[in-house]
Ligand binder design. Structure first.
Ligand SMILES: [Zn+2]
Length: 328
């Protein structure tokens, strides 16, 4: 039996700093409690081992925008990035399992799936409004017992439900009904269920609650979205080929997760100390002195998340962690 503890109703969810003045009566929402999953969203049958977010028409590649120079975003896109926050209206599917009691696999699965759906919806609306941009795509697997997955990023590994990591692999693609989806998000369910108890990939998190799993999921989705931005606008990657791994690659994903948390706040999904829980989850998996695979220190990861959360602007993440593409 897995029990989990969820603080609720003790604190207001912290409003994004940039918009505190606008928030008066918000924050008392039930934050996704009672969010009904549709019947078709029931626990994964083998045929439901994955999901798709459709991408744009392959021929719909970005045309060079005004003022573009090689390796950087077109001027009108940079303008859009400076001004546009992510959309937060129009929520029609809250995420969330129950907040107390015993977490079941169904609840955890549906929670993660809801986060994937909601993040996808937010990023899709954002990307479709970028001048010359189009809908990003990815496909995902929430790995359940007995249904392992394969990935080109870890070709020798069978990814099982208790695999102690989550990842986005841009080298994976899958074709369904004649449509090819590029980029694969992999979320092992048993590993994620531990996050409800503050175990983030075997590292302890200070604040315990369900939003940890949401933020880690949103981090992986953000990797996918930044990869889409790179391919849609033919940008140089943050991590230059042949160079050591750049921690900004992960910090910009933390920032993207924060941007989503901002939109979740305005949809009324957050409650209690969700923001702190999400921030602590990323802090827990920050670099230690023994780390050889740089993701950023706990403090850097928390700052990156809060930059996204407080601004709600993907462009703020780009300026901070991918400055070359904005001419910075
Ligand atoms: Zn990452």
């Amino acid at each position: 039996m897995l029990t989990f503890h969820r603080k609720h109703g003790q604190l207001r969810a912290l409003a994004p700093a940039a918009a505190i003045a606008l928030m008066t009566a918000a924050c008392s929402s039930s934050g996704g409690q009672g969010a009904a999953s549709s019947p078709s969203d029931s626990f994964a049958a083998p045929s439901d081992s994955g999901g798709y977010s459709s991408g744009g028409n392959p021929s719909d590649t970005a045309s060079p925008g005004q003022g573009s120079s090689p390796g950087s975003l077109p001027g009108d896109v940079q303008q859009y990035f400076q001004t546009q926050t992510v959309p937060s209206a129009g929520a029609d599917q809250a995420f969330g399992s129950g907040n107390t009691g015993t977490l079941t696999q169904d609840e955890a699965y549906n929670y993660l799936k809801s986060v994937l759906v909601d993040t996808d919806k937010m990023w899709t609306a954002y990307f479709e409004s970028i001048p010359g941009g189009h809908e990003p795509d990815f496909y995902w697997d929430i790995i359940t017992d007995g249904h392992p997955a394969q990935s080109n990023c870890y070709p020798d590994t069978q990814i099982t439900a208790d695999y102690n990591n989550a990842f986005f692999c841009s080298a994976d693609s899958e074709t369904d009904n004649g449509v090819t989806y590029n980029g694969h998000i992999v979320l092992p369910l048993d590993t994620f269920m531990k996050m409800w108890n503050g175990d983030i990939f075997s590292r302890p998190s200070q604040e315990v609650g369900d939003f940890a799993a949401a933020v880690v999921t949103a981090h992986e989705v953000a990797h996918s979205e930044w990869y889409d931005l790179q391919t849609q606008f033919n940008l140089p990657p943050i991590n230059q080929p042949g160079q050591p791994k750049d921690k900004r690659n992960d910090l910009i994903a933390d920032c993207g997760a924060g941007v989503w948390a901002n939109s979740a706040y305005y949809k009324g999904y957050l409650q209690g100390d969700d923001v702190q829980i999400g921030m602590d989850a990323l802090g827990a998996i920050g670099d230690t002195s023994a780390s050889t695979d740089p993701h950023g220190t706990p403090q850097e990861r928390e700052q990156a998340f809060m930059l996204g959360y407080n601004t709600g602007k993907p462009g703020a993440c780009v300026s901070q962690y991918w400055p070359g593409v904005t001419g910075g």
